[in-house]
Design a protein around this ligand. Structure first.
Ligand SMILES: NCc1[nH]cc(CCC(=O)O)c1CC(=O)O
Ligand SMILES: [Mg+2]
Length: 353
């Protein structure tokens, strides 16, 4: 806050007090407010900063051409046809956002029990990767590995008799990761929470000439109500039968997150992620302090919707709430953030110089 004519700007319109309140000054040696007295002083002691380098921008892709379809529960977020995803990649490049994450809305007719479209080398994600890499080879591309955008039941894995199968699912996820790496994906990000998938995917990538493809593991991913709008966006909200509590973590647990992260690191994860974000800042901090790994956090669709929705109603200052939430992740120890606010935040950071 700048000082103008000796008064902080936020007070410039406030009435001046006619008479000073009579009081005895407190005998304080230490006054923490001194370091907050002006913007220059606050800048000097600021402990954490958000930069554009911290941002990963998730995009939703859909079949068709030249169309952007708003996602009702995520104000400001669209489903993009591949050509439009390329345009957003261009926007990301101009804003210096280092990496984009891709999520497909799969046509219902292409969804089946086994999520077989996940293995189609010409599926929407692979098409998008190729189209973006062709125009903008310098931008990082991250692809989610999980079957939920492709299954008729909306689960991340194969099901038998109502049970999500672990090892059988891992075998399919390995193939999905290879298809994505073949298309040109830079970072494989398994979000399925099957046991042992990181090791299996790492081995397959290495055996197939993809030793340089990174793995960002959704290592501590909780079964969360905050994924609701995402499931709208990819069209799995209506089809999802039951919930994901036999594979995603119980929100009551914290030590368990450390065990999950430890396993994924041992299996070869280059980067680890905690998800969702705001209700799990304690997990971000513990993971960062315990493992000193590149640690990411996903500010998920429901968190985005809360801020964007409240801002649209005039209930909060959306821009400030956005920046405050993102800085909170940095303060908690995150090295980077997957956030639907990425382009807005990058624009704001750019405008501040
Ligand atoms: N495995 C799929 C996946 N990958 C990212 C998200 C959620 C992202 C968001 O809510 O923004 C989900 C949803 C889920 O697990 O049901
Ligand atoms: Mg695990």
């Amino acid at each position: 806050m700048a000082i103008k004519f000796g008064r902080p700007i936020e007070l410039r319109d406030a009435p001046r007090r006619q008479t000073a309140l009579a009081s005895t000054p407190l005998d304080l040696t230490i006054r923490p407010r001194r370091n907050r007295k002006a913007e220059w002083a606050r800048r000097l002691v600021r402990e954490n900063v958000l930069t554009t380098d911290d941002l990963i921008w998730p995009l939703f892709v859909v079949d068709g051409t030249n169309t952007r379809t708003p996602v009702a529960s995520m104000p400001g977020v669209d489903r993009l046809t591949v050509d439009q995803a390329v345009r957003d990649a261009e926007r990301a490049m101009k804003l210096n956002i280092p990496c984009i994450a891709l999520f497909p809305y799969t046509e219902p007719s292409l969804r089946d029990e086994n999520g077989s479209e996940a293995l189609n080398p010409n599926n929407l994600v692979c098409q998008s990767v190729r189209a973006i890499k062709k125009e903008f080879p310098e931008i990082g591309l991250l692809c989610d590995v999980a079957l939920d955008p492709f299954t008729s039941h909306g689960h991340d894995g194969l099901i038998d008799d109502g049970k999500i199968l672990n090892d059988e699912t891992v075998a399919v996820l390995v193939q999905q990761a290879l298809v994505q790496a073949e298309a040109g994906c830079d970072v494989i990000a398994p979000s399925d929470m099957m046991d042992g998938r990181i090791g299996a995917i790492r081995e397959a990538l290495d055996d197939n000439g993809f030793a340089d493809v990174q793995i960002m593991s959704y290592a501590a991913k909780y079964a969360s109500a905050f994924y609701g709008p995402f499931r709208d966006a990819i069209g799995s909200a209506k089809t999802l039968t039951g919930d994901k509590r036999t594979y995603q973590m119980d929100s009551a647990n914290s030590d368990e997150a450390l065990r999950e992260v430890e396993l994924d690191i041992a299996e070869g994860a280059d980067m680890v992620m905690v998800k969702p974000g705001m209700p799990y800042l304690d997990i971000v901090r513990r993971v960062k302090d315990t493992f000193a790994m590149p640690t990411f956090v996903y500010q998920v669709s429901g968190e985005y919707a809360m801020i964007a929705g409240a801002a649209n109603n005039g209930w909060i200052d959306g821009e400030r709430a956005m920046m405050e939430s993102l800085l909170g992740f940095k303060r908690a120890g995150a090295d980077g953030i997957l956030t639907y606010f990425a382009p807005k935040a990058a624009e704001k950071l750019k405008s501040e110089g």
